[in-house]
Design a protein around this ligand. Sequence first.
Ligand SMILES: NC(=O)c1ccc[n+]([C@@H]2O[C@H](COP(=O)([O-])OP(=O)(O)OC[C@H]3O[C@@H](n4cnc5c(N)ncnc54)[C@H](O)[C@@H]3O)[C@@H](O)[C@H]2O)c1
Length: 278
Amino acid sequence: MSSRLEGKVAVITGAASGIGEASARRFIEEGCRVVLGDIQADVGEALSAELGDKAVFSQCNVTVEDDVAALVDLAVSEFGQLDIMFNNAGIVGALGPIDTAIEAEWTATLAVLLNGVFFGMKHASRVMKPQESGSIISMSSVAGLTGGLAPHAYAAAKHAVVGLTKNVATEVCGYGVRVNAIAPYSVATSMVADAYLHDHKAIDETMKMLADESPLVNRPGLATDVANAALWLASDESGYTTGHTLTVDAGITTGAMPGGPRFSEYMPMQREAGKSGL
Ligand SMILES: NC(=O)c1ccc[n+]([C@@H]2O[C@H](COP(=O)([O-])OP(=O)(O)OC[C@H]3O[C@@H](n4cnc5c(N)ncnc54)[C@H](O)[C@@H]3O)[C@@H](O)[C@H]2O)c1
């Protein structure tokens, strides 16, 4: 146990599972008190009971502005302040080709992945601007930085989170509030287990599959990897960083691929060309 977040108070949405749960555990290990928000009441209550008096759970649907506002208000009433807002809740959402996309599914996906983040930024800023400090962290994805990695609504929302992060950062920096995002590649959580293996509990099998497909040899993405990135952005260690989107992606957005780079296949040919002076 160390104390990188000693005395701080966080709200985490989507805290009942995966990255949100790992972040709640990690933040509390570092001395933080945490309001856990999630649509899953039973799981969230059980986690809160396990984590003890540094955690409190409140059921929250991030598509409902009043629910997100209530999480922020609970942080202040229960723990006296709000230092960290982690807008993490998410779903995969609408699937399928663009020409058969269903408007209601598109809208519902953006309601969770984008409106939820917007409400979190808005209500965290309401508290953080007057206190002239705070760190807002929002969940994007590698699918928010490049095309072809996720369904259309998901990709659009995650790109929008990057844009909103930059824009809000430019407003609230004058109040000492920092606004950053995180862009993970595939991480072994219920969401990915469900999407890839159609079984949200198959975390171990998902981890094995991700290890096989990882550019970083035998290294799957873990919820704790993202929690550790969130911890840095939440802490004063990142005090000069704002408007940034931090990738946690085994190099995927730099072009890294499982099995190494394609250009290595051309090396012998290039060597020959070098010898003949071409
Ligand atoms: N796992 C990955 O590979 C990966 C990669 C990039 C980004 N992300 C993002 O990370 C975030 C967390 O995902 P995860 O992988 O931990 O998934 P997860 O399914 O384990 O956790 C998501 C949590 O969000 C909650 N949630 C869903 N809709 C909600 C709503 N309307 N209101 C409140 N809570 C709601 C769920 O109940 C769940 O507890 C998401 O935003 C996701 O898009 C995940």
